[in-house]
Design a protein around this ligand. Structure first.
Ligand SMILES: C[S@@+](CC[C@H](N)C(=O)[O-])C[C@H]1O[C@@H](n2cnc3c(N)ncnc32)[C@H](O)[C@@H]1O
Length: 306
């Protein structure tokens, strides 16, 4: 074990901790990247240890890392994983499941709708169905091109942690004041910005996005930063059962949280390790949270990172 000073988080926290990346889960690991099936990892984790489980599972659409199965089989497997995720969640914890559509014969099946009864049966309460809107993707010819996916935010109970302050966005009319009544003359909107709402416009990781790796469907780190900041507290544990190239772990350690996740493909795991190492060193380039989406004027090339 190498003891090093690792700077974790933008709150200026200095941890005298391990910065190597563990392969097996221990509750004081800063980052665990388990090389294998997520159920194996989850089963080694104690009840109630995680503040947030956030993931984008395979969509069962035949990507290189998945075996396309009958929908019922896929849902039953998801149910097994979800049940373990609920077990490891703390009573104030949240589960965010980011999915798109399963496509069969050109007809779409929204996975969040199919997963809702399973989550509900496990006792989870749906707080928001966040629409993640992006402007690039496959062009469809016999239906409208899909330009959003969803993040279903569930809580384990009714007493849950949620802090909107770190994720406020600028007000549209910051100078607006009450013009009558007892508060006339005072600012009518929150001075620190507004609640970001449940439609998030964040570029997806395609082509020349600064975060693009060889993974076909990473999610952007800023999407997860918002969830980490609002749904967890300093040094809380964030778990991603389907870790891919480590985007969740990066968002977690960037804000002084711990992270654990599993990945079955060694190629992606290797990239995840390297990206987390770069993040520890403060050298990983990502699209900054809150940056406006680039709007080209006339015939200009898209800027890298957008
Ligand atoms: C949609 S991708 C997640 C990408 C991730 N959000 C990122 O930003 O890199 C799903 C990932 O789950 C992995 N996977 C599939 N089945 C798995 C399993 N049973 N256990 C762990 N990982 C699995 C795939 O290899 C793939 O990298």
């Amino acid at each position: 074990m190498t003891a090093q000073v690792a700077r974790l988080g933008n709150q200026g926290l200095l941890y005298q901790e391990r910065t190597e990346i563990a392969r097996r889960f221990e509750s004081d690991n800063v980052v665990t990247l388990y090389p294998g099936d997520c159920l194996e990892l989850l089963r080694t984790m104690p009840d109630g240890c995680a503040q947030l489980v956030v993931t984008s599972p395979p969509y069962n659409i035949g990507k290189s890392y998945e075996r396309k199965t009958a929908l019922a089989e896929y849902l039953s497997k998801q149910g097994e994983v979800l049940s373990e995720c609920v077990r490891i969640l703390s009573p104030q914890g949240s589960l965010c499941w980011q999915v798109g559509n399963f496509v069969s014969n050109g007809s779409i099946v929204p996975l969040d709708v199919l997963l809702y009864p399973i989550c509900s049966e496990l006792g989870l309460r749906l707080r928001n169905r966040i629409v993640w809107h992006f402007e690039h993707g496959l062009h469809c010819s016999r239906r409208l091109s899909g330009r959003y996916e969803t993040v279903s935010w569930y809580t384990k109970g009714d007493e849950y942690h949620f802090d909107v302050d770190p994720i406020r966005v600028p007000q549209k009319y910051p100078g607006k004041k009450y013009f009558k009544g007892p508060r006339a003359g005072e600012y009518s909107c929150h001075p620190a910005g507004k609640n970001p709402g449940d439609v998030w416009v964040i570029p997806n990781v395609k082509h020349n996005h600064v975060e693009k790796t060889s993974h076909p469907c990473q999610f952007p780190v800023e999407l997860i930063e918002r969830l980490v900041l609002s749904l967890t507290t300093a040094s809380g544990l964030v778990v991603d059962p389907y870790m891919g190239v480590g985007s969740t772990a990066i968002a977690a350690v960037r804000h002084g949280r711990r992270a654990a996740g599993a990945e079955i493909m060694s190629e992606y795991l290797k990239i995840a390790r390297e990206r987390v190492r770069l993040e520890f060193a403060g050298a990983l380039r990502t699209r900054p949270m809150g940056r406006e989406v680039y709007r080209p004027t006339g015939q200009v090339a898209a800027r890298p990172g957008e």
